[in-house]
Design a binder for this molecule. Structure first.
Ligand code: PMP
Length: 366
């Protein structure tokens, strides 16, 4: 028995109860060390074990090839919006951006400060409800990288396949912000030059950002790059150049163990597809009472935004759901409506309860 609610927050978001309890159990005296993870040296043998295990479990989960570095950094995904152009481009180099939502737009705007960032496709005129077909997009010759946001957390738009950078042979690479669908499904890492993700949605608490980068791309940062944003420096010191977010990395490690115990990302994806499926079916089967604006083929398995046909009822919907233990269902302030974030750790029971509530709410508001 637990008093925990079903937390549909977009991030920080729900974590597996099992992981939180394990962290609690080990908190005061970490495995006989006589102190907690929060109190010990990041260069001691206990923490060395924690970060190495977290990395090797993540490598196993995603099948990360050995020529990729895995980094545990600070500053959130937002810091990578600047770090990536600084590391991959000179100020004269160009980089292409496909913008399918607000996060991709932020990445594009930040990159403009450090390179020639080109917006080669934007979903804004269609209110970020689509992913373009890749052959209709004109990429820039000689661009250093092509950036996408693999899952737009606010708009609920997710890439189901990935574009190939036009200059792939000449060293151009695909870069993806996977903050909100990281480890939610298998990914062929070798198709990317660099993947980054804030941990606080699918894999841990806030405070750590994971970067997976093909090693040969590192080491060419612009001279003005702050040392903390130089990915090569972090890679060469195994994420221990300075004090890392030890506790957050430890919790991520517990989540990776849990995902491996579940059978890996193929199994996790099946569960996620099932959860998202019943929620989208409930929306689509409501006869227009609930509406999801996102084009069906690119709907996110992680963030499900919807509106009520009678928008005057949205506030009541969110309040009543909260009273029943389903919280954080309010859509992002920029788009309104309702958003159910159903990351890996959202139990099926939470989605089933939400769907039952949606049907009941509709029946009570004919
Ligand atoms: N990218 C995406 C897709 C996100 O969802 C978020 C956070 N909501 C960010 C970037 C920014 O992440 P952070 O807060 O870790 O900087």
């Amino acid at each position: 028995p637990s008093d925990r609610v079903f937390n549909f927050a977009a991030g920080p978001a729900t974590l597996p109860e099992k992981v939180i309890r394990k962290a609690q159990e080990e908190l005061v005296d970490y495995r006989g060390s006589g102190m907690s993870i929060m109190e010990m040296s990041h260069r001691g043998k206990e923490f060395d074990g924690v970060i190495k295990k977290a990395e090797s479990d993540l490598r196993e989960l995603l099948g990360i090839p050995s020529d990729y570095s895995v980094l545990f950094l600070q500053g959130g995904a937002t810091t990578q919006f600047a770090a990536i152009p600084l590391n991959l481009c000179s100020p004269e180099d160009s980089a292409d951006f496909i913008v399918t939502g607000s996060w991709g737009d932020k990445a594009y705007k930040e990159a403009q400060k450090y390179c020639k960032a080109n917006l080669i496709w934007s979903g804004k005129p269609e209110k970020y409800t689509k992913i373009p077909s890749f052959d209709q997009i004109q990429q820039t010759a000689g661009a250093r990288y092509l950036h996408i946001c693999a899952n737009e957390t606010i708009h609920g738009v997710e890439f189901k396949d990935y574009p190939i950078p036009a200059g792939a042979g000449a060293g151009e690479v695909l870069v993806a912000d996977m903050s909100s669908n990281f480890c939610s499904k298998p990914v062929d890492v070798s198709r990317f030059g660099l993947i980054y993700a804030g941990a606080q949605k699918n894999v841990g608490p806030s405070g750590v950002t994971i970067v997976i980068a093909r090693s040969d791309l590192l080491g060419k940062a612009q001279p003005i790059t702050p040392v903390m944003l130089d990915l090569k420096i972090h890679a060469d010191s195994a994420s221990l150049y300075n004090t890392p977010p030890c506790l957050a990395i430890y919790v991520c490690g517990l989540v990776f163990e849990d995902l491996l115990e579940q059978g890996g990302l193929k199994e996790v994806e099946k569960k996620n597809a099932h959860k998202a499926g019943i929620l989208y079916d409930a929306i689509d089967g409501s006869g227009g009472f609930y509406v999801c604006p996102v084009e069906e083929s690119v709907r996110s398995l992680m963030n499900v935004p919807f509106t009520l046909e009678r928008s005057d009822l949205e506030k009541k919907f969110i309040e009543e759901a909260a009273k029943e233990g389903m919280v954080q269902l309010k859509g992002h302030r920029s788009v309104g409506g309702v958003r159910a974030s159903i990351y890996n750790a959202m139990p099926l029971a939470g989605v089933e309860k939400l769907v039952a509530f949606m049907k009941d709410f509709q029946a009570r508001h004919p």
